[in-house]
Structures are given as C-alpha cells and as structure tokens.
Ligand binder design. Sequence first.
Ligand code: FAD
Length: 515
Amino acid sequence: MRDVVIVGGGTAGWMTAAYLTAAFGNRVKITLVESADVGTIGVGEATFSDIRHFFEFLGLAERDWMPACNATYKLAVRFENWREPGHHFYHPFEQLKSVKGFPLTDWWLRYPTSKRFDTDCFVMASLIDANRNPRYLDNRLLEQEFVESDDLPNTIAEYQGAQFPYAYHFEAHLLAKYLTKYATDRGVRHVVDNVVDVGRDERGWLSHVDTAEHGRLAGDLFVDCTGFRGLLLNKALEEPFVSYQDTLPNDSAVALQVPMDMDKDPLRPCTTATAQDAGWIWTIPLISRIGTGYVYSGDYIDPEEAERTLREFVGPAAADVPANHIKMRIGRSRRSWVNNCVAIGLSSGFVEPLESTGIFFIHYAIEQLVKYYPAADWERSLREQYNSALMNVMDGVREFLVLHYRGAKRADNQYWRDTKIRTVPDSLAERLEQWESKVPDAGTVYPRYHGLPPYSYNCVLLGTGGIDVRPSPALDLIDEKDALAEFQAVRDKARHLVRTLPTQNEYFRRMREGV
Ligand code: FAD
C-alpha cells in the first residue's frame, strides 16, 4: 500500500497529502492530481477547536501558518435571531461545570441568575461579547481548564473530552496553498491536470486514473477528494449517496468575500450565524476580509432573492463584490471507503456549515485512514471499522444540526413553521422527549463519537428557546449554595479576563508587525 494517488486539490486533498506525509514520511509515495479547470468550492473558513491537533501533528506552530492564511481565533458560534429578533447566544468552546452531579445549565433552569444561560454558565460568553482574544499580548493562553499538549504530534483521539478554548478562521485557498508547499517540500508529487478517465481492474477495484496531459497514474490506494462530484467513489465505483435532505432541507448557498479593515472594524472572535427567512447567514472575520454567505433552502427562495438578502445584510461594503452561488449535496456516501478508494471531504459527505463541521470531517477522516491503513491483504474489517466511524460522525452531527431548527423558537413564516413539523432522525425524536425533563448528558446524546459533547446540546437547547426544558426535580431538595457560588465564580472570572485580555485587533496587529 505504498503508492497513494489523491485526486483533488481543495482543502480535503491537501490536508490529506500533508497529513499522510507527516504520518508515514517517505515510506509511502503520494501523488496529488488537481485540475486547473475545475475550481475548488472556495468556502470553508471556520473550524472546530480539534483542528489544532492537525497543525500540531504536522509540527506547525501558529506563528508558522496563521499569518500566511490570514487566520483569526474563533471562541464560539454566535447564534443571532434564532429565538426572536435581537436575541443572541453562544455555543462556546468551553466544557460545562457540574455541581453536586448536576450540570450548571440544570441549576440555571432552577435558579436563573440572569436571563442569559450562556453568560451565567460559561466564562467565554462574556469574553466574546467584549471581543476579547484568547491569548495575551505576550502569547500566554487565557487561564481556562483544558489540556494543552506538550508532546507533539497528537490526534483528536488522545484528547477527546478535553476542550481547547478556541478554533480558527482562515482563508481556505491560502491554507491549501500553504499545505501544497508543506507537502511538496516533503516529497509529494503534484500534478496539475484533468482526470479524464478512471480505470478498474477485473475485480472492479481502481487500477489507475488517466489524465489529459500526464498520462496514466497508477496506484494502490486512491483518495477521492473531488468534492461534490465524487468522481472516483460515486461515479466510477457507483457508491450511492444517502441524502439528509428530508431532515436538513437547506441545499444552496451564496457567498461573498467582503473587504475589511482591521484597523477600523472590530474582529469579533467567533463565527456568527444569523437566522434569515429561509435559512441563515454566516459571518466569519478574517484578517483582511469578512467571509459571509447565505445558506438557504431552494424550496423557499430563489438564488436571486438569496443574493439580494445577503447584499442588504452586508450593506455598501458588498457592492462591488462578486457572488459565488453554490448548490450543496447534503448527506453522505453510503460508505466512504469502497475497495481501494477512500473519499475524503465533500465527496464523502457534507452537512450545512452551521457548526463548521466540514473541515472537522476531513481531519477526522484522515486520522481514521491512518488508524485503519490497510496492508497488502486489504483486510475487510479495517475498511468496515473506518466506514462505521465515518458514518457515525456524520449521522451524529446531522442530529445535532436538526436540533437547532427544531429548537428554534421563531416560527414567523412557512420556512420556520415547517422546521417544527419536519421529520427528525428516529433516535432524535426520543431524545427530544427526554431533554424536556432533563438537560442532555452523556447518556442521552447521540451515543457514538461525533465531535459534539453533551454541553454543546445544552447550549443549543437553551439558546434556541423553542423547547420547554424543565430543571431536575431533585434540585428543589438540594442546597443551592454551591451552585450559586459557581455562578459567581464564572462571573468573577469573566470580569477578570475581560479586564486583562486584549482585543483580537490588538493581538493580530502585534502578530502582523512581527512583535
Ligand atoms: P473542493 O474544494 O470542491 O475541491 C475539489 C477538487 O477536486 C478541486 O481541486 C478540483 O480541481 C478537483 N477535481 C474535480 N474534478 C477533477 C478532475 N476531473 N480532475 C482533477 N481534479 C479534479 N467547512 C468548514 O469546516 N467550515 C466552514 O465554515 C464551511 N463552510 C462551508 C460553506 C459552504 C457553503 C460549503 C458548500 C461548504 C463549507 N464547508 C465548511 C465545507 C468545506 O468547504 C469543504 O469541506 C472543504 O472545502 C473541502 O472541499 P473538498 O476539498 O472536498 O472539495
């Protein structure tokens, strides 16, 4: 299994090439072929906090790659108007504390010390309201409880359960460029050409791809990173696609790249998802521009209306910026690994980017590929375990996303009213009932690894506000003193950090100046 051919040079292709090189060095020969004619998707700028393990695995420090990718910090997703106009809440990168065996959110339902569960239960919420940076100007990380690794490299698996306090925003095409250099410097062969045919042997396994100008590229293992096209897995091997559209109907997006001046405009340290009439708009602050886009369902509005809404939302800064209209394939390939072909990225599966899970899926898939890497006997069980892991991660995230819509209090038009009656995945229906009388915990969320801990479900359930959640009856019988002290500790810590941490603008200005 020494000869790997990766088809596609978007985020998925280059992340895979770079990671495999870091994992296997020159014991594996890697060729990446990408088309100059077929563009990349051109979006995908917000990440999960686990992404730091990717960079650490590659041996890259923030100062190496962040400036090259116009990257900023992300402490949370901020949801605006999902409950009602003017309301916002955060899903921060911060684990929830427990007092006497009950999560702080449960105590908050019984003793709501203010109207905001997020600022009462999480330190990060106040930091983001105040546009704070997670690091001090001398680069020290804010004092939060998390595990910072010192023995590199590491993977998501080793740190499951530990919550690092931030993720990143970056320009996807700059990251691909950065990783191109990383991978080719370490021996990856880079072919810029169109794959025009995919060859199969008598068993139906892939034997080679034919390119227009570079002839035949043969290999042992083929990685399909061709995006929504699924050129190898879905087209050549005819692996079916399992659509999630019945539960997640948003199937389109229109995106803009809006110039921004970080000397004037505040850099909010979070991704913002603002609910709209037929979906929601993302706002991602980068060093020199804002990435923004409207994710919507084509059943409710057309692309022209979506673009008009997005331009009105952004205002005059969007006037001369071209729009990128994207049709999205929502769901997953039935199996991501078939015979000797593994699909990674959009070809494997995709859900709308509400919780920035696209790059997380890629990162997780690459880690699993290394974990289950085959030998010459192509042991079937390795493929099956890989496929289960990928299926679980995507099906789990689907449940989590559906909760946002089912939970959203707003029901002011047909789109939002339909979110309350649309089918939900079977097991979620049962969980929703359980959560009405007990906030989500490890026993009642999607049981297999999907990157989202129970506290994430607590945030969305309490933040969206459409589902009536009751506190545990036992809390009436337990002394509340310690819980109230914990709320006070969260407030005190937040006040201290807001006072002492710099803004993102201050921090990145220093980084840009190389201080
Ligand atoms: P692509 O970027 O589409 O790349 C496909 C590659 O295949 C290209 O290099 C192309 O040249 C090549 N190719 C295709 N056909 C051929 C051929 N015949 N021969 C040779 N090469 C070929 N993820 C996040 O984590 N966070 C986000 O905020 C986020 N936002 C998103 C917003 C939207 C609207 C969408 C649609 C996605 C978003 N994603 C996000 C997902 C993220 O963009 C993708 O997961 C990521 O970019 C990976 O894309 P890819 O590399 O699989 O595919």
